[in-house]
Every structure is written in structure tokens, then in C-alpha cells.
Design a protein around this ligand. Structure first.
Ligand SMILES: C[S@@+](CC[C@H](N)C(=O)[O-])C[C@H]1O[C@@H](n2cnc3c(N)ncnc32)[C@H](O)[C@@H]1O
Length: 224
């Protein structure tokens, strides 16, 4: 769909399903388990500048803000409906978290704001292969020195059961074209290609397929 000139897949595949997004993720992905593990992995500190790419309804960014209110957090997403829900979760209390509509680019960030941590959850399985590659390269180029990238998403589906569950749930909703390369294990390959050293730190079984947590850090220079 398109929203103010941005073309993308909305949180649950269709705009009319967005109000159900938080509930659907909670019941269908063992969200309490993988999101807690992901937050622990991100380990926000007061001096962090954290960029959440495809923040959607803001669950992750808001949880990090509650855990570490001093960390400076920006969530970006092309979907204005999802961002409205994210903003409502913050209320008026915190000035260290902001949401911005758009795709990842240098221009979307405040001048000289270099993220120490760039994070993203459940975004890549919904984007075309070229966009996955582009976002990962952009993450790498925007990251502060000694920064870290953390990604949680459906990764390689290692067993027949996981492949079947992924097929019957995520692929029914989001289609096969954008999701299959995730299930085949493309994300670590794209991170290597962008000059990132990557560890799959956890692989969590869910009723919709396995969700992998990745931690990546730059090595060498990003090839042009
Ligand atoms: C499944 S939702 C995940 C939302 C949130 N990160 C979470 O963990 O609940 C995927 C989000 O990615 C956003 N999105 C889709 N294409 C994108 C792109 N090219 N760049 C950034 N975000 C994108 C969608 O608008 C949607 O909000």
C-alpha cells in the first residue's frame, strides 16, 4: 500500500488489520519470550542513541524507553496509522523518544545524530530482497563508530515443522515473494555482504515459525 508517497507492506499485510496488530503478535509469536530476549540483548544504556527501523506500533521502542528513559530513541516507519498507535503508547511524559514517518535514510535523522544502536524487529520478512539489502547497507553506513545492529525476525526455518508453520501463517498473510528468502536464511548473508560480522544469538520456536535474534558489528569498510 502507499501512505503519503511511501510504498510498503503494512504491519499485518493490510491497513484494515493494523488495529489488531499488537494482539495478533502477542498471541501468535510468543512475543513475551522473544521480545524480552531481544530487549535484554539490546541492553540500552543512558548514553545510547537508538534507531528503531520499521518501529510500527512502537512496542519495542516504548519498552526500551521505559527500561532506560535517558537513552535517546527514534522510531521510523512509513505507516502513519502504526505511528499514531506508537505515539499514543508514549503519552506526554517522555521527551527522549520520537517517531518519524519515512524510510531509512541520512535525511530522516537529525543532523549529526549518529545511532549507537540500530535495531529492527519483524520488518525484513515483509520487504523485497532489494529492500532488505538496501536497509542493511544503510544501517551499516549510518551507525556510529563502535555501534551495534540488532535484528529480530523470522530467519532460516530449520525444521519441517517450522517451515510448515511459517507457510501456514506468515506466508498466508504476507505472501511468499518477500518472505521466502528470510526462511531460506538470507539475513546473515546480507549482513556479511554489507561488511558486518553477525552472530545469531537465539532462535526461538513460535507457532508462526522460528524467530532469530542477530547481533552485528562492522568490520572493515563498506564496499561502494
Ligand atoms: C510487522 S511490522 C513490525 C513492527 C515492529 N517493528 C514490531 O516489532 O512490532 C513491520 C513494519 O515495517 C514497516 N515497513 C515496511 N516496509 C518498510 C521499509 N522499507 N522500511 C521501514 N519500515 C518498513 C511497516 O510499516 C510495519 O510497521
Amino acid at each position: 500500500m502507499t501512505d503519503r508517497g511511501y510504498s510498503y507492506t503494512p504491519p499485518l499485510g493490510h491497513a484494515w488489520l493494523t488495529p489488531l496488530y499488537d494482539t495478533a503478535i502477542r498471541v501468535s509469536t510468543r512475543e513475551g519470550v522473544w521480545r524480552s530476549a531481544f530487549i535484554k540483548q539490546i541492553a540500552p544504556s543512558p548514553s545510547d542513541r537508538i534507531l528503531d527501523v520499521g518501529c510500527g506500533t512502537g512496542t519495542l521502542a516504548v519498552a526500551l524507553n521505559r527500561l532506560e528513559p535517558e537513552a535517546d530513541i527514534i522510531g521510523i516507519d512509513p505507516d502513519s496509522q502504526a505511528l499514531g498507535r506508537a505515539a499514543a503508547k508514549v503519552g506526554t511524559g517522555s521527551r527522549s523518544i520520537r517517531f518519524v514517518q519515512g524510510f531509512l535514510s541520512q535525511a530522516i535523522l537529525p543532523a549529526s545524530w549518529k545511532p549507537t544502536k540500530i535495531i529492527s524487529s519483524l520488518v525484513f520478512h515483509q520487504t523485497p530482497l532489494g529492500t532488505k539489502r538496501e536497509i542493511i547497507r544503510m544501517m551499516r553506513s549510518l551507525l556510529a563508530e563502535n555501534g551495534e545492529i540488532h535484528i529480530a525476525d523470522y530467519g532460516k526455518q530449520q525444521s519441517v515443522l517450522m517451515r510448515l508453520l511459517f507457510r501456514l501463517t506468515v506466508q498466508m498473510l504476507d505472501g511468499v515473494a518477500d518472505t521466502q528468502s528470510n526462511a531460506d536464511g538470507i539475513l546473515p548473508e546480507l549482513m556479511h555482504e554489507a561488511g558486518l560480522k553477525v552472530d545469531e544469538t537465539r532462535r526461538l520456536v513460535t507457532p508462526t515459525g522460528s524467530i532469530s535474534l542477530y547481533r552485528a558489528t562492522p568490520y572493515g569498510l563498506l564496499a561502494p
